[in-house]
Design a protein around this ligand. Structure first.
Ligand code: HEM
Length: 415
């Protein structure tokens, strides 16, 4: 039997399609058992229902993400593949891709013009503001038992990005409502008709808000993030107003739910592991490690993808050119070939590397910002509440494709 036929046969008996996505209840509640099964039985699995190859090994994921020849623009994928049939629906209304789905040379141009404010030193300047925002969000919590997502992890990233962009504080509530709606359709190839129309309306509204703000600033762009995007210039090239607006929308879609999920997943991991929580309370300097371990242990973005520009073979499985390769970041981050005791949450783990932010050309632009937000949020939360535990009201995982996090997570702050 040829290698390809061998793979097809094995793959028939394995989970397919939506069974490998958070819309499926079993996968939503415990993706790790399913990903472990795949990694052991078919580390490169041909998911025939959705037309994609799913990789779960650390080294395969790394190799795919770092290959500079691979594409991400779904329009380049073969008909019938996941990228071409499904992901293509996440492109903007004008059919144009955001940075995430752009290939060279457009990707290099846009990323080059947008990246300066996201570099570590620029983000560190925002740390004191982020600390202040986190405290103010905590101040607004009045009850001893609350939904950590609705009251804390949800608002923090939206308020941070609103302040960074220089949105008028009087409009923050409206900005948050619109960003939440835009996020519902952002990377979701399966939105309900109601989500779709509300998301489109909110995109339109935010588009108007950003455009008006850019015009109002005229030749005084300001020193916030929006100002940095307006001023940004490389070799005489600048972003047009329309490009700036599109990047701002991408920041909301790529940065809000992901950071909310990181804060929620990290706090849940700590509450599930009281010894780790006690370690962090005793030694807050472990916060950086804690956030890295949370990113590895319960990654907020569980998968990304690439489209090979040539026929390839991965872990013995042939993949024809321009098919969809889905890289399971969550699978890679729990690979026992790389991480000792991958399923244990250990905030003093020495090797904290992970692939939660993807890799290669498309490595998350907001990685350092997300880290700073999560570090400040978790430290402030523990500082504010000497007692923090699961509430009997429990938690609910959301079902946004490619993301992992909770829509509700109830905590109690009394014994
Ligand atoms: C914990 C929070 C976050 C996680 C887990 C995360 C994860 C990711 C992943 C997996 C990718 C795709 C990488 C790839 O395919 O190689 C990505 C791309 C991206 N992320 Fe994040 N992200 C987070 C927060 C943020 C924030 C806060 C922002 C900005 C405000 C942001 C902006 C972006 C952008 C612009 C891209 C596209 C980069 C490109 O295509 O060159 N992300 N992120």
């Amino acid at each position: 039997m040829s290698d390809a036929m061998d793979h097809e046969k094995k793959d028939d008996e394995l989970p397919q399609g939506l069974q490998l996505m958070p819309m499926d209840e079993q996968f939503r509640n415990d993706p790790y058992a399913i990903l472990k099964g795949l990694r052991e039985r078919a580390p490169v699995h041909h998911d025939q229902q959705l037309g994609r190859y799913v990789c779960t090994r650390h080294d395969d994921v790394r190799e795919v993400l770092r290959d500079k020849g691979f594409f991400t623009d779904p329009r380049k994928a073969n008909p019938g593949s996941f990228s071409r049939e499904v992901l293509i629906h996440t492109l903007g209304a004008d059919g144009e891709p955001s940075m995430l789905f752009m290939d060279e040379p457009e990707h290099r141009r846009i990323r080059g013009l947008v990246s300066a404010p996201f570099k570590r030193p620029a983000v560190e300047k925002w740390r004191p503001h982020i600390r202040g925002i986190v405290r103010r969000v905590l101040d607004a919590i009045e009850r001893p038992e609350f939904d950590l997502i609705g009251a804390f992890a949800g608002p923090v990233p939206t308020v941070v990005i609103a302040q960074m962009l220089g949105i008028d504080p009087d409009r923050h509530d409206q900005f948050k409502r619109w960003s939440d709606l835009v996020v519902q359709i952002g990377f979701n190839p399966f939105p309900s008709p109601a989500q779709k129309s509300a998301g489109d309306e909110a995109t339109e509204a935010l588009h108007g808000l950003f455009m008006a703000e850019i015009q109002a600033r005229g030749d005084q762009p300001g020193d916030d993030l929006l100002g940095a995007l307006i001023r940004s210039e490389a070799s005489g090239d600048k972003l047009s107003s329309q490009e700036i607006v599109l990047q701002c929308l991408l920041l909301l879609v790529a940065g809000n739910v992901t950071t909310t999920d990181l804060i929620g997943n990290a706090v849940k991991a700590l509450l599930d592991h009281p010894r780790e929580l006690a370690k962090l309370r005793d030694n807050p300097a472990l916060i950086e490690n804690t956030v890295e371990e949370a990113l590895r242990y319960d990654s907020p973005v569980i998968s990304s993808g690439r489209i090979p520009d040539r026929d390839i073979e991965l872990s013995g499985c042939p993949i024809p050119k321009r098919e969809s390769v889905n890289v399971s970041l969550a699978g890679a981050n729990r690979d026992p070939a790389v991480y000792p005791n991958p399923d244990s949450f250990d905030i003093s783990r020495e090797d904290t590397h992970h692939q939660a932010f993807g890799g290669g050309r498309h490595l998350c632009l907001g990685a350092h910002l997300a880290r700073v937000e999560a570090q400040e949020a978790i430290l402030a939360l523990l500082d504010r509440y000497p007692v923090l535990r699961h509430s009997a009201k429990g938690f609910v995982y959301h079902s946004i494709p490619s993301f992992r996090g909770m829509s509700e997570f109830w905590v109690a702050t009394t014994r």
